[in-house]
Design a protein around this ligand. Structure first.
Ligand code: KG4
Ligand code: ZN
Length: 342
């Protein structure tokens, strides 16, 4: 079965073709970073308009690179939520229209399920069950994954998502958007001894997170000093250290609590090299294993949507022709599906 996957939930436009036999056949991405960088963050209306412009040519490119004519596609998967409603509607409308024209099924995919399954696109995919750390601009979740569609939420953030905290702290330091990669770059030259930022909610039991206090701590630190290049690097370093440490402590706790030996990390913040290194050390230290998607599949992309949609369509999942997008949609509300996949 060959599935076209479409991603338009935020500021990346993605299209990809996944084949149950041959694996990923193509994947194309168009980033809107430059457009939104002018405003210091994503402007929803501009994102939707840019998806309108970029998506169709990107789909054509993905089909061309996969060497599949439109008529060779057996199903279309698009991100139905969570995300920005205008942006989601662009992908949903095109996905539904193409499926109707080609007379094949269309399926709305949960964006975070896409992230969660992204490591399955790699050569050495994790076996079920595992604990997943989903860290993006809008989510910070620990999930016990028994199988595709069988998700139990173990913990989440009570306020800001960790990616959001990276983005806001970067803005505070004048580092621009998106903040995660900018903080990581600046932190490289920072002095880790100058400040120690708090590791929120690690001194009490539980698997929930809170990152707004960390962001405020960074703001208070910045307002007490002269903001020169050295200070920017030191604050970035202290912030990244604290955020990464907090995630590592909670991941260790989640693996122990759920009794799992595999950890999967996904979502944009999963591209953070310090996080990847520290999680590798932590899992090795307690005899467990960690799995990541390649860096380009940590951030938003069409390949993960094509994969997730393909698994569900191949298992026989179908949706009616009328559709809606779900800007807010909990992963816990997803239904499991039969394992009878092709
Ligand atoms: O998954 P994603 O591409 O989009 C959402 O679904 O939100 O995640 C974007 C988030 C942004 O907050 C961005 O700053 C963060 O991921 N991010 C990073 C890194 N690369 C992207 N955070 C820390 N370190 C990175 N290297
Ligand atoms: Zn995402």
């Amino acid at each position: 079965m060959q599935v076209l996957g479409i991603e338009t939930s935020c500021d990346d436009t993605g299209a990809a073709v996944y084949d149950t036999d041959a694996g990923l056949k193509s994947h194309c991405l168009a980033s809107q970073v430059e457009l939104h960088a002018l405003y210091g963050g994503v402007v929803p209306e501009l994102a939707a308009r840019d998806h309108v412009k970029l998506l169709m040519p990107l789909v054509e490119k993905a089909l061309r690179e996969a060497e599949v004519p439109g008529r060779g596609i057996d199903g279309v998967a698009y991100t139905a939520g969570p995300g920005l409603s205008g942006a989601l509607l662009v992908g949903a409308a095109l996905g539904r229209s193409l499926a109707w024209a080609w007379d094949v099924p269309a399926l709305g995919v949960h964006h975070m399920e896409g992230h969660l399954l992204a490591p399955m696109l790699e050569e050495n995919p994790p076996a079920f069950p595992f604990v997943a750390l989903l860290v993006s601009g809008g989510h910070t979740l620990l999930v016990d994954v028994k199988d595709i569609g069988r998700y139990q939420l173990l913990g989440g953030t009570l306020d800001d998502a960790v990616g959001e905290a990276f983005d806001k702290t970067a803005k505070l330091l004048g580092l621009g958007y998106p903040g995660g990669p900018a903080i990581a770059k600046a932190a490289h030259d920072g002095n880790p001894e100058r400040w120690r930022f708090p590791r929120p909610m690690t001194d009490r039991p539980g698997l929930d997170f809170s990152f707004s206090g960390l962001k405020t701590f960074a703001r208070n630190t910045v307002s007490s000093v002269q903001l020169d290049e050295e200070t920017i690097a030191d604050v970035a370093c202290a912030f990244q250290d604290a955020a990464v440490d907090t995630l590592v402590i909670k991941c260790r706790r989640a693996l122990e609590q759920a009794g799992r030996r595999r950890l999967v990390v996904a979502g944009g913040v999963g591209a953070n090299l310090l996080l990847r290194e520290r999680l590798r050390e932590m899992t090795a230290d307690c005899g467990k294993e960690v799995f990541y998607p390649r860096l380009e599949f940590c951030t938003d992309n069409g390949a993960m949507i094509a994969y997730a949609g393909c698994r569900r369509l191949a298992a026989g999942e179908r949706q009616s022709l009328d559709f809606s997008v779900r800007p807010r949609w909990s992963l816990a509300d997803l239904a499991p599906f039969s394992r009878a996949v092709a």
